[in-house]
Design a protein. Structure first.
Length: 315
């Protein structure tokens, strides 16, 4: 397999894994969770080194994954008390874990290269050089890892589709029908944590955060139902992977940065051109209402023509 194809497939599989879960973070207003996980894994990396003296990928992923799960469960536990909102719970948990990791590095591993820059920033261009041999075929190790995560996320959505839909759009209804919104939410957050941690070592946290949020936000502007929202989110991830790599090669620029910019470009186009939520369409509707003559005897309220209610994706 060529190096170019390895990089593109790695990014595309990341887009698939994140695209399957990202819409639920957007709909549940939990998009900051991905950034929280990116910082909360640091103590796990330090702990693995202290316990085993190893910086091998698999132990590091397991240690980081442990603290990612601790992070999301802690956030959900604090949020479920009702005393603080989700964004405040995120702001309480991940700085604590990140600070714990910083203390661990400076106290116990100050002279050790833990490759933290690679974990946070990543370099997807190096994926062809990190290889495994499977069934006699040498391939980038990011491919089987991310393919497994994408398959697991797809199975999760298939098995829990009804529960995910009900708990996302109407938690009260789901609770009445015996579905625990809290349990479903924790399962989704743990899946996000596992996805993020698995991808960190291959592509870095910044590209993971981008793929979790931007394609889902783009799809939100283009769709009105949940299934198309998930499908379009995955497609935008693939467009970002292929278009970003092509742009990076043409401009001799950062591959991850180019992929992030292509994803943002997709969002910008959706923001402008979306037939229902787009800036142009909303401006046209406001203008049309403004020009439409009022019924006889109707007194228009100043500014009413420009008002619009909230519009959400339907289940």
């Amino acid at each position: 397999m060529s190096d170019d194809l390895s990089i593109i497939l790695t990014a595309a599989l990341l887009g698939t894994s994140c695209g399957l879960l990202g819409p639920f973070l957007v709909l549940r207003r939990q998009v900051l969770l991905s950034d929280a996980v990116a910082h909360a894994v640091l103590p796990g990396i330090v702990l693995v080194y202290l316990l085993f003296g190893s910086r091998a990928p698999l132990p590091v992923i397991l240690g980081a994954g442990l603290f990612a799960v601790i992070c999301v469960i802690g956030i959900e536990q604090i949020r479920s008390t009702g005393l603080v909102k989700a964004d405040a719970a995120i702001g309480l948990v991940f700085p604590t874990l990140f600070a714990l990791g910083v203390i661990g590095v400076t106290t116990f591993a100050s002279g050790v290269h833990l490759d933290l820059d690679s974990t946070i920033y990543g370099e997807i261009a190096f994926t062809p050089f990190r290889t495994w041999e499977l069934f006699g075929v040498e391939m980038a190790r990011s491919l089987p890892l991310l393919a497994s995560v994408a398959a697991a996320n797809l199975v999760l959505l298939i098995l829990l589709w009804k529960e995910l839909k009900a708990s996302t759009f109407d938690p009260v209804f789901s609770r009445v029908n015996g579905i625990s919104p809290e349990l479903v939410s924790r399962i989704v957050l743990i899946a996000v944590a596992v996805t993020a941690v698995t991808a960190f070592e291959s592509v870095g946290a910044i590209l993971v955060v981008t793929m979790l949020i931007v394609p889902a936000a783009t799809a939100y502007l283009l769709t009105v139902r949940l299934l198309p929202l998930v499908v379009v989110s995955v497609l935008v991830g693939w467009v970002s992977a292929v278009g970003g790599y092509g742009s990076a090669v043409a401009l001799d620029a950062s591959i991850a940065g180019a992929m992030g910019l292509v994803a943002t470009l997709c969002f910008s186009l959706a923001l402008l051109l979306s037939p229902k939520y787009g800036v142009i369409a909303r401006a046209f509707r406001r203008r049309r209402r403004h020009l439409q003559p009022a019924p006889p005897g109707f007194a228009a309220v100043p500014g009413a023509a420009g008002a619009s209610g909230s519009e959400d994706v339907a289940g």
